[in-house]
Design a protein around this ligand. Structure first.
Ligand SMILES: Cc1ncc(COP(=O)(O)O)c(C=O)c1O
Length: 401
């Protein structure tokens, strides 16, 4: 077996199952699950219909690059959304089966394991677990940058010693961030691009939450837009990952894309041809319909905005929940340890959230996920309101009214 598999940690949901081992929950209270980042708003009818309408296409093998129509609709969306003058659908876009598989396989494609000293992959901490797994199985060591509330969840690149950067081949950033909800500023992008230029590292920008935000006049700045604004023609060493899963409430469609530097994507496409991960033709057709429509996305944001404003109003005072810049997670600071909080919330109130420490690693003496829980406001407004009510009862019981 590949010995790098031994480096993988149990996934956070496995750790959660272990935490709940032997924990019984109160009878009579319906369960409310806010631990998984799975969208629960209805899938728009026109997307479901489009899948059904194109089932006849299942009789053909799809190509790895996807249909020209799909790539064009993605390129058009990217240009509209990020105010870009031109994106070439033939060389700057590849459709992928959701951003997760692409975030993972990208590391296998770009990391040069023959490098001496052995390669590093930099990622934020806490983080979406795929980055770490991709680094390990790509033969690299992950290096973590702690992101904390006192620094507004900014990426402080100086945390890593200068000697780490020449070894760094790949940097994952998550923007908007899961779990903190932070959005990167143009200045952070400038710093990141400078590091990439100086040390030749590739940037993988995970933007799968880019369409979940709360002010229609302030969509999160994306990596391609930042590169364009800074005059970086051709997106040097930059690839972004996006997805319909959260934007269009279709996590089961498995549809996303990568966009960015054409030379990197050319090699990555070659890798994907062998990997065998072309998108199902019915999903491709439905994806075109989804990328071409913004009305359902506006409605989606309206529902999240309603829930976030309700939740943050309810959770105010000493144990206040902070409004994220974007995304659908409350990154909530707990007055007791995150695991204790999670266990009691489940046992006494039948609400499930995720301990923040499970999403982080202890680095330089601290696990920045500790004493936080990730609350995914994915359920209905009523359910989320009920869950926050129960969280308030727990806070009361703990002596934090
Ligand atoms: C930060 C982040 N990136 C990527 C993904 C993968 O999403 P998908 O594969 O559905 O596009 C998720 C899913 O929860 C996520 O939280």
């Amino acid at each position: 077996m590949n010995s790098n598999l031994n480096l993988l940690q149990p996934y956070p949901f496995q750790k959660l199952r272990e935490l709940f081992d032997g924990v019984t929950h109160k009878a009579g209270l319906n369960p409310i699950n806010l631990h998984i980042g799975e969208p629960k708003h209805a899938t728009p009818d026109f997307i479901r219909q489009s899948v059904a309408d194109h089932l006849n296409r299942l009789s053909h093998y799809p190509t790895t690059q996807g249909t020209p129509e799909l790539r064009q609709s993605i390129a058009d969306w990217v240009m509209r959304r990020f105010n870009l003058p031109a994106v070439n659908p033939d060389i700057e876009i590849i459709p992928v089966n959701g951003s997760r598989e692409a975030l993972f396989s990208f590391a296998q494609a770009v990391i040069d394991t023959t490098a001496k000293p052995a390669p590093y992959v930099v990622c934020p901490n806490p983080f979406y677990q795929i980055y770490e797994g991709a680094a390990f199985l790509g033969g690299a060591s992950p290096q973590y940058i702690n992101t904390t509330a006192d620094k507004a969840f900014r990426l402080d690149f100086t945390q890593l010693p200068g000697t780490a950067w020449p070894r760094t081949q790949l940097i994952y950033v998550c923007n908007p961030n899961n779990p903190t909800g932070g959005v990167m500023s143009l200045d952070e992008w400038r710093q990141l691009f400078e590091l990439s230029d100086r040390h030749g590292c590739i940037i993988a920008a995970d933007e799968c939450y880019s369409e979940i935000y709360f002010d229609e006049n302030q969509p999160p700045l994306g990596a391609l837009a930042a590169a364009h604004q800074l005059g970086r023609t051709g997106f040097p060493r930059l690839v972004v990952f996006n997805s319909l899963s959260k934007r269009s409430n279709v996590p089961g469609l498995r549809s996303g894309f990568v966009a960015g530097n054409a030379q990197i994507l050319e090699k990555y496409l070659l890798y994907r041809t062998y990997h065998g991960c072309a998108m199902n033709p019915a999903s491709q057709a439905a994806s075109i319909a989804a990328w071409n429509d913004e009305n359902h996305v506006l409605e989606n944001r309206r529902l999240y905005t309603q829930k976030f404003s309700k939740a943050t109003t309810m959770l105010s005072g000493a144990t206040a929940a902070q409004m994220p810049d974007a995304g659908f997670y409350l990154w909530y600071k707990t007055p007791v340890s995150d695991t204790e909080f999670t266990k009691r919330l489940r046992r006494d109130y039948n609400v499930t959230v995720l301990p923040g420490s499970y999403l982080g690693r202890e680095v330089r003496g601290v696990n920045p996920g500790e004493n936080h829980v990730r609350i995914a406001l994915v359920a209905s407004l009523n359910e989320c309101t009920e869950a926050i009510d129960r969280i308030k009862s727990l806070l009361n019981n703990l002596g934090y009214a």
